[in-house]
Design a protein around this ligand. Sequence first.
Ligand code: AMP
Ligand code: FE
Ligand code: FE
Ligand code: ZN
Length: 282
Amino acid sequence: MRIDLHAHSNVSDGTQTPATLLAAAAAARLDVLALTDHDSTDGWAEALVAARDHGVGLIPGMEISCKTARGVSVHLLCYLHDPFNAELLEEITKAKDARLTRAERMVERLAEDYPLNWDDVSAHVAPGATIGRPHIADALVAAGIVSDRNEAFANILTSHSRYFVSHYAPDPVLAVELVRAAGGVPVFAHPVASARGRIATPETFHDMIDAGLLGLEVDHRDNPAEGRAWLRKLAYDKGLFTTGSSDYHGTGKPNLLGENLTTPEALVQLVSQASGSKPYLP
Ligand code: AMP
Ligand code: FE
Ligand code: FE
Ligand code: ZN
């Protein structure tokens, strides 16, 4: 079984529609794919139709951007939650709206130094999609200022850049609680990805576990080997399951579908703890 539990479509910052993403999953010989767009479930319906067409299993999910009180960025994957749960929906809507204001402010700052305006950025955002720095990166590429998203993130768009603006994001403990209350399964995404910025303290891990965290994304290209070993021990000690996934973004990142995989045993644990929505498993 080839199971990949982390992928993005153009409902957030991936480059393919949900239907095209599922076609790519079939071409990559995946048996199961999870669609985990940032702060949105708007791709679920289209993905399900395509999953049926291609005979690929689908775990509907989402990736919630969170921030601790100390300002550490934490990404929380959640699977099979109720997409209509009012409390969770309210929180992600607040974050999505804040992302839009933040992107506008970043573009205002960038426009002082680069030939770039809001229309140039909007042109790369699918209608209603969750906007993020990758869309600004796409506009910088189109304007010939950088050659790809990665180059944009290497300097102009980093969190240390003078163009960077932060946005509202829920505390990860609150996010775990909301996901569980919505019948979903919360999994800490790329938890030790130190190249992305400061990582969560052990205290944050323990607070999230106490709040109901159920899994750790161990096999992800951004987790260094020592960190993975620490995560495996933590999972064992606390009875959490572990996952492996690609974090595919279409052509927006080098990550390839199926480059890391999750075991069928972990998927069984995940599905058995969910009550908010149904997986499609042909
Ligand atoms: P934002 O959500 O606006 O803070 O932007 C973060 C998003 O940018 C993450 O979801 C990543 O998928 C993406 N990202 C971060 N670093 C890179 C990179 N070097 N190349 C392409 N995408 C990146
Ligand atoms: Fe992303
Ligand atoms: Fe992430
Ligand atoms: Zn992701």
